[in-house]
Design a protein around this ligand. Structure first.
Ligand code: 5GP
Ligand code: ZN
Length: 113
């Protein structure tokens, strides 16, 4: 996808602080962390948002949750974590490539602002 920031990060054209990578996903640290631990989990395939998930591509969402659980174990996030997906303008999405925020390391408020 041309001019997609996260496609460029996934392709290594824009540097990122990587935590995990395989053929399907990339996990890297958010540039503006909102918690002591704040990473982004993205599919390498360009999917615009959660609103574009369908029966053909939904497998990647389950895989992303599997990776999140693995990271939680590796990073010893025993006190819990939050997985967040912002979708669309009112949902607070600023980068139009599907991504899940994984936040941990402090008490996270609810409901979000
Ligand atoms: P959204 O607001 O779309 O849910 O989340 C986009 C996230 O991407 C934000 O938390 C923002 O800090 C992060 N971000 C934006 N540009 C970059 C970048 O160039 N590198 C990294 N690592 N994170 C970015
Ligand atoms: Zn993209």
């Amino acid at each position: 996808m041309e001019d997609c920031l996260f496609c460029k990060i996934a392709a290594g054209e824009i540097p990122s602080k990587k935590l995990y990578e395989d053929d399907k996903v990339l996990v890297f640290h958010d540039i503006d962390p909102q918690a002591p631990f704040h990473i982004l989990i993205i599919p390498k395939e360009h999917i615009q948002s959660a609103a574009c998930i369908n029966s053909e591509n939904s497998g990647i969402v389950a895989y992303i949750f599997e990776i999140a659980a693995k990271i939680a174990k590796e990073q010893k996030l025993e006190n819990g974590f939050r997985l967040v997906n912002n979708c669309g303008e009112q949902g607070g999405q600023t980068v139009n490539h599907l991504h899940f925020h994984m936040l941990a390391g402090r008490n996270l408020g609810w409901p979000p602002g």
